[in-house]
Design a protein around this ligand. Structure first.
Ligand SMILES: Cc1ncc(COP(=O)(O)O)c(C=O)c1O
Length: 463
């Protein structure tokens, strides 16, 4: 078969040679990154200057004093002050394969060599078609109807697009949405009014009308189902026919890895069905982190989903929808839907999650979860006044420190950072949590052991 000039270029032996050299150089340098290291005092002045520059031009400092040097090794990352830390939050759940992964770098290089930096509504390169096929086939493998995939550049934008699709489908009367209490859906003008946090929409005029339903409580299985169904029914009585959709995070990530339940979801979905309400599952954080690539598959909700959004681990963000929810021309379009490097990396990472031994009850994700959980449980027995939990599922792990006190939890994440582990605060008082979004694909049990030793040391140092 005759090849395009593009195919000839990408298969040019000189590129193979160049890639080989790049990989050799990468491995020569990253092999020196073997464990946690304190900052280099000689780099302190230049690092402080960089941090100041960042804060001055950004209009405010960073949450952590994190400016990477551009290299790492699996779960370890080097910062520009020469320190090395365990990255157990990965940019809030993005770098699933860890730092400086050879395969990811090769994929991004392929994208970087493409003719354009960005892809968008008027032009996509051939890799995008391959990527959409992988995502679509993975989503529909158990019969879900969400076969159409629209790419976008952030999780919030993917959710905005999902809302527009559902509002258009249910127009003109249905203008309201259901969401879970304490949900996080992003911070666009639309999503700021969905995310259940007043501070994130302070001063912003209302864009979407949302009513909140209490999330699942594993300590009150039956009661929490009854409460949620009752909340929905009372809203439906107040605003009959006005609900277009229900956005569901099946595991609440930003709130601290709260895990839902199939029976609970099915009870709410039954009310949706009775009232012509579309189901939107927000998988921006859950994608690739449970026993299945999609959490809706883990909870066996395949036949119910109308629209699904993904982001973070997927490297690209996307809104998936059924034919029945196909938007009219003009509703969705974007100049940028993703960079060439991003699309190429997404293709590589998603295939790796699907084809490696990560998913399933006995896959690497669940094995590492159990290991981490056992370690944290043992720690909580040792110092019950300092740590409770752990919570979460799969690659979403959380714990409570100092009874969930917000200020102390924040302080703990700073101290843990200084001791060499990146985590993040989640939820709010009185139930603040510390959470971890591990780069599962790069983590081994001994990394978790080392991280747990640092957690224990940090807790011991705090009163
Ligand atoms: C469940 C969920 N939805 C949406 C978003 C927003 O994604 P982004 O920050 O890429 O806009 C997030 C981000 O944390 C999320 O966790």
């Amino acid at each position: 078969m005759s090849k395009t000039i593009g195919q000839q270029f990408f298969n040019d032996p000189r590129l193979e040679e160049a890639k080989k050299l790049i990989k050799e150089a990468l491995n020569d340098h990253k092999k020196s990154i073997t464990g946690v290291k304190a900052p280099n005092p000689e780099l302190k002045a230049s690092y402080d200057e960089l941090l100041k520059k960042m804060a001055d031009y950004r209009g405010g400092g960073l949450f952590f004093n994190y400016l990477g040097s551009g290299i790492g090794n699996g779960p370890l990352v080097e910062l520009a002050d020469g320190s090395i830390k365990y990255d157990f939050i990965t940019g809030i759940g993005v770098h699933y394969m860890g730092h400086s992964h050879e395969g990811v770098i090769e994929a991004t290089l392929k994208g970087a060599l493409a003719n354009t930096v960005m892809n968008g509504h008027l032009q996509q390169n051939d890799t995008t078609a391959e990527l959409l096929e992988v995502i679509s086939k993975a989503a529909t493998k158990n019969g879900a109807l969400v076969k159409n995939v629209f790419l976008s550049t952030s999780g919030a934008m993917a959710n905005d697009n999902a809302f527009k699709i559902i509002f258009q489908k249910r127009a003109p009367l249905a203008k309201r949405f259901f969401a879970f209490e304490k949900c996080f859906s992003g911070r666009t003008l639309g999503m700021a009014w969905v995310t259940d946090k007043a501070a994130y929409r302070a001063g912003v005029p209302q864009t979407v009308q949302v009513d909140y339903v209490p999330f699942y409580d594993e300590n009150d299985h039956k009661g929490s189902i009854e409460k949620a169904v009752k909340a929905m029914k009372s809203c439906l009585k107040r605003y009959p026919g006005e609900y277009a959709g229900f956005i569901m995070e099946l595991i609440q990530g930003e709130n601290g890895s709260w895990v839902g339940n199939t029976e609970y979801f099915e009870a709410l979905i039954a009310v949706c069905k009775e009232n012509n309400i579309s189901l939107l599952v927000d998988e921006v954080q859950t994608f690739g982190r449970t026993t299945e690539i999609f959490a809706f598959q883990h909870f066996k909700l395949d036949k119910h989903v109308d629209v699904v959004t993904v982001g973070k681990n997927s490297q690209v963000c996307a809104t998936l929808y059924s034919d029945d929810h196909k938007p009219k021309p003009g509703l969705l379009s974007q100049t940028f839907t993703g960079s060439s490097s991003q699309i190429s990396a997404a293709y590589f990472v998603i295939n790796e999650i699907l084809k490696g031994n990560y998913l399933g009850e006995n896959g690497k994700i669940m094995k590492l979860h159990k290991h981490f959980q056992a370690k944290l449980e043992a720690m909580s027995k040792k110092m019950p006044n300092k740590i409770t939990g752990p919570y979460g599922i799969g690659a979403m792990v959380a714990m409570t420190v100092f009874g969930g006190d917000e200020a102390k939890t924040k302080d703990f994440t700073y101290k843990l950072f200084n001791n060499g582990v990146l985590s993040f605060q989640a939820g709010a008082a009185p139930l603040s949590r510390v959470r971890f979004l591990m780069p599962i694909l790069a983590v081994e049990e001994h990394h978790i052991d080392e991280v747990c030793a640092i957690i224990e040391k940090t807790l011991t140092e705090m009163e």
